[in-house]
Design a protein around this ligand. Sequence first.
Ligand code: SF4
Length: 179
Amino acid sequence: MAAKPRVATASLCGCFGCHMSLLDIDERILQLVDLVTFDRTPLTDIKTLGDCDLGLIEGGVANAENVEVLREFRRRCKTLVAVGACAVNGGIPAMRNQFSLAECLRESYCDGVGVHNPGIPNDPEIPLLLNQVHPIHEVVAIDYFLPGCPPSADAIWTFLTELLEGRPIAFPYTQVHFD
Ligand code: SF4
């Protein structure tokens, strides 16, 4: 029997809503487990990444650790997919791009409403923030873009099953209209 495709997922600068939408496929998760083997993903809590057929990336690129994780996914995954608005175009986290990083840090940790004990954290274990939040295609080459905030569970299911079965990906209109 041929080995099942290996799938990895990661959340960079996102809210985990896209992963939650993946879980919203409900009982179809059992079919998915029959179709693929999960590698590194928050769904299994596996922390190390092996060679994979498919990588799904949620979230934009906001810090040095995001860059490192994304580059490793690109190295290890034959096909890499931007899942959701944050990965596709920066999404909500990229709203900070209209301000300087210094302004964002001052507002969050010093001057903002409700701040007690003002002071910008500088623990070396905290990943270095980038000046701007980037969509993932600005850092590595991406094979597919799956828009939505988040993409619906049905759209994720259509995308995964068609891709894994080698068919052209064709979404029904109900899965891709946002009006
Ligand atoms: Fe969350 Fe929306 Fe970004 Fe997905 S696209 S990580 S749901 S904010």
